[in-house]
Design a protein around this ligand. Structure first.
Ligand code: APR
Length: 232
């Protein structure tokens, strides 16, 4: 089977009711990135940061995967699909995608502040102020903050370098190194970009732009790639 690699961003979860970051009314309009998504912000005010992610985790419990997430699962009948996502929600997994690499962490997991490799599933939606790892250190969100390394990037580069088809959906391609994955896609690989907005991307010539929201855009992609109609 051909390998279909997808790089997804916040836009794929927008139709599930989860805010994007840089759109009008997005998360970064209401919060100071450095206050809630940086190690410095954590050191300054751990309670504020915990509350920010606890609130996003609580909201996630009320959200469901949408047609776009499900279309990518349906494509597994035709391709070896690998998802590389910048999203920290678990909607790809809940839709049924089998191969998902999270570049920026996972909202429903916590990690030790002292031993970042100690990672725990969060029951419910809160990391409590006194929740500790097995070695007694405070737990924090298992999220890659600005200025922190992206441990999954090496694996993601390896996946992108083996793509027979590469799809970008719902990301402004503003954040590196994630956006740089495009540079590792073998030249000549068919490239698709699904986004209702104008996305600036560098280099890549001949990208097939599908100027739609993710739900419709993934249905259009499905038909282009398989010749079949998306059955939902
Ligand atoms: N369907 C598809 N795309 C959409 C939709 C939709 N319904 N609504 C918005 N979009 C597009 C926007 O046009 C934009 O290009 O989704 C993109 C969202 O861009 P950002 O808000 O910048 O989100 P993202 O690219 O995922 O941000 C990357 O930045 O803040 C960090 O760690 C955070 O992972 C995040 C990273």
């Amino acid at each position: 089977m051909e390998k279909l690699v997808v790089l997804s961003g916040a836009g794929i979860s927008a139709e599930s009711g989860i805010s994007t970051f840089r759109d009008k009314g997005g998360l970064w309009e209401e919060h100071d990135i450095m206050e809630v998504a940086s190690p410095e912000g954590w050191e300054r005010n751990q309670k504020l940061v915990q509350r920010f992610y606890n609130e996003r985790r609580r909201q996630l419990l009320d959200c469901e995967p949408n047609r776009a997430h499900k279309a990518l699962v349906e494509l597994e009948k035709y391709f070896d699909v690998e998802i590389i996502t910048q999203n920290i929600d678990d909607l790809h997994e809940r839709a049924g995608s089998k191969k998902v690499t999270h570049l920026h962490g996972e909202l429903r997991k916590a990690q030790s502040t002292k031993y970042p490799d100690l990672v725990y599933e969060i029951e419910g939606w809160e990391i409590g102020d006194d929740d500790r790892c097995e070695k007694g250190f405070q737990l924090r969100p298992h999220v890659v903050w600005f200025g922190e390394p992206v441990p999954a990037m090496e694996a993601a580069i390896e996946i992108a370098s083996r793509a027979d088809i590469f799809v970008v959906v719902g990301t402004s391609l503003n954040v590196y190194p994630a956006a740089g994955l495009l540079d590792y896609v073998p030249s000549g690989t068919p490239l698709y970009l699904i986004d209702p907005g104008e996305v600036q991307y560098r280099g890549q010539s001949g990208i097939n732009v599908i100027r739609e929201k993710a739900g419709t855009g993934c249905a259009v992609l499905f038909e282009k790639l398989t010749g079949d109609q998306l059955p939902f």
